[in-house]
Design a binder for this molecule. Structure first.
Ligand code: ZN
Ligand code: ZN
Length: 135
């Protein structure tokens, strides 16, 4: 898909991914779960050149988290992205992008060793621990 449109819950922030398939992954790490009330479901658009902040950039709050930036809508609180500037790499909240989640391929669970026991996603997919070793 090209020019995949995304928006936060209140609509103040609009983000476009220039080019994307349908890959979705989740992260079970402590930070993602605490920030998102559970394992965040994400897309992986990669470099900033693939991402357009189309509307509401001034409504984005950046939380600096151990070398990465976590972006939120300052108005509604929606999780927007995780950004590693040193690697020029964005991952984004999959749920912003209706066209992706309509036909998503849920392929990967990260930090699986940090997942608490009380929940699990149905189905089988690749699982990596905090050292990116396959489980
Ligand atoms: Zn918002
Ligand atoms: Zn995480």
């Amino acid at each position: 898909m090209t020019d995949v449109q995304g928006r936060c819950h209140c609509g103040a922030v609009e983000i476009i991914i220039k080019e994307y398939g349908n890959f979705v992954y989740t992260c079970h790490c402590d930070g993602c779960r605490r920030l998102n009330s559970g394992p965040v479901l994400s897309v992986d658009p990669g470099p900033k050149e693939n991402v357009v902040f189309a509307k509401g950039k001034k409504s984005i709050t950046i939380y600096h988290d151990d070398g990465v930036e976590r972006g939120f809508c300052s108005i509604c609180g929606s999780t927007l992205f995780w950004h590693a500037p040193a690697d020029n790499h964005y991952c984004m909240n999959a749920e912003l992008f209706d066209a992706i989640i309509a036909d998503a391929s849920f392929e990967l669970e990260l930090f699986y060793d940090m997942k608490p026991a009380y929940y699990a996603f149905a189905g089988e997919r690749k699982k990596l621990d905090r050292n990116f070793q396959e489980i």
